[in-house]
Write a protein that binds this ligand. Sequence first.
Ligand code: DGL
Length: 264
Amino acid sequence: MDQNAPILIFDSGVGGLTVYDALRKLLPDAPVIYAADLAGLPYGTKSEAEIAARVAGLLGRMSERYQPRLICIACNTASTIALAMVRETLEVPIVGTVPAIKPAAAMTKTGVIGLLGTAATVRQAYVDNLEAEFAADKRLLRYAASGLVGAAEAKLRGQPVDRAAIETAVSALRSMQGGEDIDTVVLACTHFPLLVDELAESFGPDVQFVDGANGIARRIVYLTQDQPFDRTLGARAVTTGDIEEFTLLAPTFATYGLERLDRF
Ligand code: DGL
């Protein structure tokens, strides 16, 4: 194992930073490349075929270029649609992001769970299967909150958060049958933990939030145990989009220890 081989963390935008943040606490010495497919953002409003083709194609090219030791698809939309396909085509270990329905089912006291994801995620059979397996005796209320993706992207660029998008998502869940009893909300999009303060304010103090970041980070630690790490080459972020626009995110990325920004 080349000790400089990076862990590649992939998302459509800044959402994967929530996973990277959990990972760097556990593996501070791991070399990392954070890849943001900003040219493809948002994924959540695209079709399954488009997302699968895009993610599989990009990850193939990225793995040739960067020779990662492991790829983390830090995006629920991409994972619920393309994980199996990417695993079939690439040799490198792939860790995906799964909506945290199992822990939410263990946490809820009222038995009513809200789930916020992108439109593409909430309609996946993958989510139906998780619900059937882990929350069959609960009520799971799903809402496609694609508007929150842009709100999170804006927040990390230092722009004001779109409060209307937050209110729309919260009142949509609350107004569903049983919605007033929601006590646990699954943040099934990696962008959404970036808005947890705003969501908490709007939902009120009796609602707890759960996402997959810590579980994913632990899985990566497990899969890379005993491997040597050398972070001399540093951690960096790459984008498929416009590099000038990407540099607007430089101060944010720097707070995550990602000092170098490049174009893929
Ligand atoms: N961060 C991605 C997710 O977890 C989706 C954002 C997008 O719509 O591109 O689903």
